[in-house]
Structure formats: structure tokens, C-alpha cells
Write a protein that binds this ligand. Structure first.
Ligand SMILES: Nc1ncnc2c1ncn2[C@@H]1O[C@H](COP(=O)(O)OP(=O)(O)OP(=O)(O)O)[C@@H](O)[C@H]1O
Length: 370
């Protein structure tokens, strides 16, 4: 470390130079903060800014890493532009395509099986931590037919770019998932994106400093091949413009959201998901083709979801007939309580299954509806 202030930003990616001279290595640190407050820190040693010599398949090559003062514009993460130049003797130049192809493959392997999550920071999108392991779509259990309907719709949209283009329509689709907390809205969107090899760009409209113009800019400059997720959209306009004690203003207005959704059409595909716990608080003007094309209720646990979640959790721990009996018993309890207007979220059911091994899960079922 050369004692200078780290370059970087609040995403947690910092680069410290080991040495100001050439051939220096840099240590790149990235951290990912979890919701429970814990953090993972990763280090990697990379060639620092300057000139480096290395051997590749018997040939000497020179790598020059230069950093410009300008920052990368648009949906990337505010890092400076860099140029990497590789030089070798003319007799070894056939190795360039080999080296680039190997680099491409290594990159693809590292990203495979993982999805990148971007979050909105100011007016740019930033990668949120290292790529995440993809969640299996079948691990999110929605009520019968719901997941299949959404999946079918989105796949059909993905095959219709030509159709939209020929009719001069903006190539966009909007989905609204509404329902109580802990029903799997966010988990499903994340798993669906992963299953279709898309990344996720998450934005919360009520986050500090979010204003109409920022929202518009972020939507227009969303990262490529990503689902955009606007969380808790109702929370935003209930507050209107707020000024906190430090004079900081934030607030997205309803007309600001409509403008951003309708914004200047680009040829790029846009797949937008919105979630809310309160459908009744949304203005019907939102539900219009191009803004929200498909709205689905993602509700508290149904008896069928309860059964499936149970079987997924305890699969293989008893013989099938015994598991079926236990699953049905819990599902029946959920059904009886629903009849009395008492519902339970999938998140709460999951919590119960995590707390109890198969031996105690049925006898402690009373805890589900205290
Ligand atoms: N339908 C489901 N199937 C499997 N797991 C679920 C389901 N619903 C919720 N969970 C589990 O509960 C937790 C919370 O779920 P999630 O955040 O997706 O809910 P949500 O509906 O988006 O909630 P909120 O409205 O509060 O954002 C996650 O750990 C998830 O695995």
C-alpha cells in the first residue's frame, strides 16, 4: 500500500497500489455486505498500473496498464477508463487470439452459474458484490400455475422483438407482483432472471435521494441483459417530496414514475418487474400496456404451496408415504386457519421448517398459528 487514499467508491471495491514503480502489483478488495450486517471480503492480486513482463506459452509479452482520468459513463460502475496494451515479438503474434480466447473462456467460466446483481447508486448502476450463485427456480414455490404463467409470458415476449419492431412499438414488458410480505416476490424474480441467464438491476423508489430525473436516467441506462426490479413501488408516492433535517430532498412522484416508464423508447429490450405489498394504493393509470402488462397476486401460503415446501425441505428424510402424511397434516392446518381468516407467509413456513428437524416438525405445528 502506498499510503495514498484508496481509489474506489461506496460499492466496496478499492484498489491500493503496492508500489508506485513499474511492475507493481495491486491488491483489489471487494466486499459484499449481507442484510444481517455480516460481510464477505475478497482480495485479488492484479497487475498494477504500469508495465509488466510475462511469459505466455513460451513467448515473452509486455503488458501495459494505463488509467485515464475520465470515468466510465453510463450503466457501469464509475471506474476510470483503462487501456491494456499487450506487445510481443512479431514471430509470436499468432498467440494474441489464443490468449484472448483463453481469457474470454476463463471469464465465462467464472460468471457461469452465477448472476450479477446491480443496484442504483446516485445516477449510476453499480455491481452489488460478487456474482451470486443462481437460485433454482423450483425452489420458489408459488401457487398453482402462477410461475408457469409468468415464465410463459416472458419467454414469448423474448421471442417477439421482430414483431414489436415491425409495428414501431417500444420493446418493453412490465410485470407487477403484488401481495403480502414474505410470499416470494423478490426471490421469484431473482430466480427467474437467473434461469433465463439475465442479471438483476434492483432499485428502490423510496431510497434516499431518488428523484424523478434520477429514476428516468437510471431506467434509460440500465445494465444490459438485466431484469430491472423496482421494489415497493407504493412506498414512493405516499411520501411525495420529503426534506430531511439536513435539507436533503428525496421523492419520486407518481407522474415522474409514469414518465420514466413511458420514457424515450430505445431499441433495447426492457423487462421491468415491480413489487408492492399494497395493490390498492397504486393508481390504475400504472396498469396499462407498456407500463404494467401482467399483474399477478403472490399471496400467503396456500395448502398446495405448504405441501410442496414441506416435501422440498424434508425430501429423503423419511419414506415417501410418511412424508406425504406429514405434509398433508401441515397443509390441512394451513387450510383450516385460512378458513378462519388466518394466513401464514411462505417465509414464516420456511422459518418453521428451518427450526425443526423432521422429528419435531409436525408435533410443533401449533407454533405456526399461535
Ligand atoms: N413462495 C416461496 N417459496 C419458497 N421460499 C419462499 C417463498 N416465499 C418466501 N420464501 C422465502 O422467504 C424469504 C423472503 O422471501 P422474499 O423476500 O422473496 O419475499 P417478498 O414477497 O419479496 O417479500 P417483501 O414483499 O417483503 O419484499 C426468502 O428467504 C425466501 O426464500
Amino acid at each position: 500500500q502506498d499510503g495514498s487514499a484508496p481509489t474506489g467508491d461506496n460499492t466496496g471495491r478499492h484498489t491500493y497500489s503496492c508500489d508506485a514503480t513499474n511492475n507493481a502489483l495491486s491488491v483489489e478488495t471487494s466486499y459484499k455486505k449481507h442484510l444481517n450486517g455480516s460481510a464477505d471480503v475478497l482480495f485479488s492480486v492484479v497487475p498494477g498500473v504500469g508495465t509488466h513482463l510475462f511469459r505466455y506459452r513460451g513467448a515473452w509479452m509486455q503488458l501495459k496498464r494505463e488509467r485515464q482520468t475520465q470515468m466510465m459513463p453510463g450503466p457501469v460502475d464509475g471506474r476510470p477508463f483503462e487501456t491494456l496494451s499487450i506487445t510481443t515479438l512479431a514471430r509470436d503474434k499468432h498467440l494474441f487470439p489464443v490468449l484472448l480466447e483463453e481469457a474470454r473462456q476463463l471469464y465465462a467460466e467464472a460468471e457461469q452459474g452465477a448472476m450479477v446483481v446491480h443496484t442504483a447508486m446516485g445516477t449510476t448502476w453499480q455491481r452489488f458484490g460478487p456474482p451470486r450463485t443462481k437460485r433454482d427456480l423450483h425452489s420458489v414455490i408459488l401457487d398453482d400455475g402462477v410461475a408457469e404463467r409468468i415464465e410463459k409470458d416472458i419467454k414469448s415476449f423474448m421471442h417477439r422483438s421482430q414483431w414489436y419492431r415491425e409495428r414501431g412499438l417500444p420493446y418493453r414488458r412490465g410485470y407487477l407482483l403484488h401481495g403480502p410480505p414474505g410470499s416470494g416476490k423478490s426471490s421469484f424474480i431473482q430466480a427467474l432472471a437467473a434461469s433465463l441467464n439475465y442479471d438483476l438491476a434492483i432499485m428502490n423508489l423510496s431510497q434516499r435521494g431518488m428523484m424523478d430525473d434520477k429514476l428516468n436516467h437510471l431506467l434509460l441506462n440500465a445494465p444490459g441483459r438485466s431484469f430491472i426490479l423496482l421494489e415497493d413501488i407504493d412506498a414512493a408516492f405516499n411520501k411525495r417530496v420529503q426534506t430531511s433535517s439536513d435539507g436533503y430532498q428525496s421523492g419520486v412522484t407518481f407522474s415522474g414514475l409514469l414518465n420514466a416508464l413511458d420514457g424515450v423508447a430505445s431499441a433495447e429490450e426492457r423487462i421491468l418487474f415491480m413489487t408492492t405489498n399494497h395493490l390498492d394504493r397504486l393508481d390504475p393509470a400504472l396498469i396499462r400496456p407498456g407500463r404494467i402488462d401482467v399483474a399477478e397476486l403472490i399471496d400467503d401460503a396456500s395448502p398446495s404451496q405448504t405441501r410442496k415446501l414441506f416435501l422440498r425441505f424434508y425430501e429423503g428424510e423419511r419414506d415417501e408415504a410418511e412424508l406425504e402424511r406429514a405434509a398433508n397434516e401441515i397443509a390441512q392446518l394451513v387450510e383450516e386457519n385460512a378458513g378462519r381468516g388466518r394466513r401464514i407467509s411462505m417465509a414464516a413456513l420456511q422459518g418453521h421448517f428451518i427450526r425443526h428437524p423432521i422429528d419435531t416438525v409436525v408435533q410443533s405445528k401449533g407454533e405456526l398459528f399461535p
